[in-house]
Design a protein around this ligand. Sequence first.
Ligand SMILES: Cc1cc2nc3c(=O)[nH]c(=O)nc-3n(C[C@H](O)[C@H](O)[C@H](O)COP(=O)(O)OP(=O)(O)OC[C@H]3O[C@@H](n4cnc5c(N)ncnc54)[C@H](O)[C@@H]3O)c2cc1C
Length: 349
Amino acid sequence: MYDVAVIGGGIVGLATGRELLSRRPGLRLLLLEKEETLAAHQSSRNSGVIHSGIYYRPGSLRARLCREGGVALREYCDTHAIAWRRTGKLIVAVEEPELPELDALYARGTDNGIAGLEILDGAAIREHEPHCAALKAIFVPETAVVDYAQVAGSFAREIASVGGEIVTSAAIVGARRTTDALILQTVAQEYETTRVVACAGLGADGIARILGGSLYPRVEPVRGEYLLLKPERRSLVNGCIYPVPNPKLPFLGAHVTPRIDGSVWLGPSDAAQSDILSAVQRYVPELRAEDTLSGPFGIRAEGVDEHGGFIGDFVIESGDRVVQVRSAPSPAATSCIAIARHVAELMSS
Ligand SMILES: Cc1cc2nc3c(=O)[nH]c(=O)nc-3n(C[C@H](O)[C@H](O)[C@H](O)COP(=O)(O)OP(=O)(O)OC[C@H]3O[C@@H](n4cnc5c(N)ncnc54)[C@H](O)[C@@H]3O)c2cc1C
């Protein structure tokens, strides 16, 4: 019999397992992951950016947990010898109609308490990014990069080191309740637990049907492809460069990200935009198809409401013996430690 079973071995489930164990040493904690390896989905297939929190509606869960999570994550990396790097970021407006949205974003960032934001014009933009052409930009000095697979691996080692049990190749396919417990079923085995936390990413819908939860949000998979810059062309960029996002979509637009390993990724594509190259050429006009190689892809788990609209926030549902992370899109990797703390608070309230 376990005290808590966490479903999902992505960065959110692992951060949550670690947080619960650190709050209650000796807790009998089990983490069940359907794949053979941990963090095989979104948590190792993303842009690797530690977001500042500029984009999110003030007062939303994403605005708060991204700010808190970014600080906690950098501290965690420092204390666990995980490399991260402050790259800074430019959010660029290339055409006149984008300027009001850029100004709105700056105001939102200020409301969200993001430190050090600056508005730059063309000449100042080129001081940061000599190959970038834009009318106006916001400079976000806090933005950083990290390898989230490494962070997830470190969380897993910590869980195991204090007696938490991690089982891979263990997809939850069913559950039933007894008077004082839940029985989770995999094809191979059953596990009895007092409480459950579900952090199943793209599988959140399926788990909600198994555990009982509200019908919405539903999870919409949105594939994102990346291109890589050839090593000899990496000098085209210094830090992260993002376009002004389309306010109607939850995606940030195809961006340029220097990774912690020195590679440079372009993308990801999103539901509205498949040609990464032309999207980035708008603000890095020297970029040519022959400068790029095909890259990896990731599949985002985006929460959708009953009208088919993107929710654009984290949704965490708390019920009888069960807490379910129903929607944890970007920046949930940045926010993972803060999400874990939030879940732990829900469980103790
Ligand atoms: C292309 C892309 C770019 C992104 N860029 C960034 C970024 O730069 N910065 C940022 O902060 N965020 C970014 N994100 C978002 C971030 O990666 C995710 O929000 C975060 O990884 C979500 O973590 P998770 O643990 O909830 O999900 P996941 O990593 O998807 O983990 C969920 C886990 O649950 C398991 N699971 C599912 N069903 C079951 C079941 N029935 N039984 C057992 N286990 C199950 C899955 O196998 C999986 O391992 C990006 C995402 C994508 C896809």
